[in-house]
Design a protein around this ligand. Structure first.
Ligand SMILES: *[C@@H]1O[C@H](CO)[C@@H](O)[C@H](O)[C@H]1NC(C)=O
Length: 392
């Protein structure tokens, strides 16, 4: 009997807790109730920041809701730590001011900082970058440029269904984060727009990027020092400069890049495909355990390239060699067309030759002709059919 009563009490209490959970899940902060106007004209920065403040101090998980419409936003910092998880659900479009100085000086347009447990679902971001690119091309005095959306020191992050167009500089930055999922994100900027990288990952562990379409003027994805356990799959890249590890070794003291996988991806008309790039300067940096597999190249200028002799304008590195140690890089089932004759290029450091490069089932042609490979200071092995002929 006593047992039965205890079970009943337990059931009763669990039901009460379940009800509390269900009702708390409803804490939603609609930006309209904080004064945002979805007309693309009225500055919505303060209403967004107020909605953030409310959500961030909520002890229950909360949602910030942005209904359909256009919202004019200046630079905004969404700062944590917050009391609980926050979901930002965006059905509308956020636009930056037409005057590029408004966001261009701070370096950031939307910045999430020190937030644990943040999801950004949906949303269109239009940074209106064209006038800023023109400024840079004309060589006038321009601001540094704003990244469209940045996560700094954030853990357990999800970014899903976002569309970012015409960023001033990089579209999406993941910096010093752990456990990040980037899913179904679309990025669009013109071919010739300067420094408009799609996604930049740096000093972060456990980032997954999947199902993303990136057409831009610089790297589709760029991978900086301190990146560990990065998983990328189902990426469509091009136009753009490819998926690049680097440039690394710009600084002497630099963290390495390790355990990076790229699978099931297609490059179309991009300048590079799979690129690893380091400055020709001394450095403590390294690149190890990199896996590329099941990749299609369509009219790519440099489908496979390691370039350790990067020294733009011959400044800051003449006569020096790269200290970045590259090892255990695997290329498996890479097929398609190269617009240049050298489809596979391993140009490694004379002082730190590349080690453990493995190629397997490579089939790259120079359009309809035979392609070539190029090797310098590289050690590795091959398996299966290798076209162009291996120089390892
Ligand atoms: C490598 O990264 C993947 C995620 O991309 C992770 O699942 C795996 O455990 C990592 N391996 C090591 C040895 O850390």
């Amino acid at each position: 009997m006593a047992k039965l009563i205890i079970s009943c009490i337990i059931v009763l209490f669990s039901s009460i807790f379940l009800l509390m959970e269900l009702s708390s899940a409803a804490s939603t902060y609609n930006v309209l109730s904080f004064g945002a106007k979805p007309n693309g004209q009225t500055d919505a920065t303060q209403p967004f920041l107020k909605a953030w403040g409310a959500a961030c101090s909520s002890v229950e998980p909360s949602t910030i809701y942005v209904p359909r419409g256009l919202y004019l936003l200046k630079s905004a910092t969404f700062r944590g730590p917050c009391k609980n998880r926050i979901t930002v659900r965006i059905d509308g479009t956020l636009v930056a001011p037409l005057d590029y100085w408004e966001i261009g000086n701070s370096g950031y347009w939307l910045l999430f900082i020190k937030v644990n447990g943040i999801s950004v679902i949906g949303g269109n971001l239009d940074a209106e970058g064209a006038a800023f690119w023109d400024c840079r091309k004309s060589g006038k005095n321009c601001p540094v440029g704003a990244r469209s959306i940045t996560f700094n020191w954030a853990n357990d992050v999800e970014i899903s269904g976002l569309l970012s167009i015409n960023s001033q500089v990089t579209h999406l930055v993941i910096n010093s984060c752990n456990n990040v999922m980037v899913r179904n994100v679309k990025i669009i900027a013109p071919d010739q727009s300067p420094n408009t990288d799609g996604i930049h990952v740096q000093s972060s562990t456990g980032v997954t990027i999947t199902g993303c379409r990136i057409k831009t003027g610089d790297d589709c994805i760029s991978i900086g020092p301190g990146t560990r356990n990065l998983w990328m799959e189902k990426i469509l890249c091009g136009p753009g400069h490819g998926i690049s590890i680097g440039s690394l070794g710009r600084n002497y003291e630099e963290d390495g890049v390790q355990n990076v996988t790229l699978a099931y991806s297609i490059f179309t008309g991009s300048d590079n495909g799979l690129r690893i790039k380091s400055w020709a300067r001394p450095s403590t940096g390294f690149v190890t355990n990199i896996n590329y597999r099941n990749i299609v190249m369509k009219y790519v200028d440099n489908p496979i390239i390691i370039d350790q002799n990067y020294c733009p304008n011959n400044q800051g590195c003449p006569g020096q060699t790269s200290g970045v140690k590259i090892s255990q890089v695997t290329y498996k089932n890479i097929q398609g067309t190269s617009t240049t004759q050298v489809a596979m290029k391993f140009d490694c450091s004379p002082s730190n030759p590349c080690k453990g490069i493995q190629i397997q089932d490579i089939k790259l042609t120079h359009m309809n002709k035979k392609a070539k490979s190029f090797c310098n200071n590289v050690q590795g092995t091959e398996k299966g059919v290798i076209l162009p002929d291996s120089c390892l």
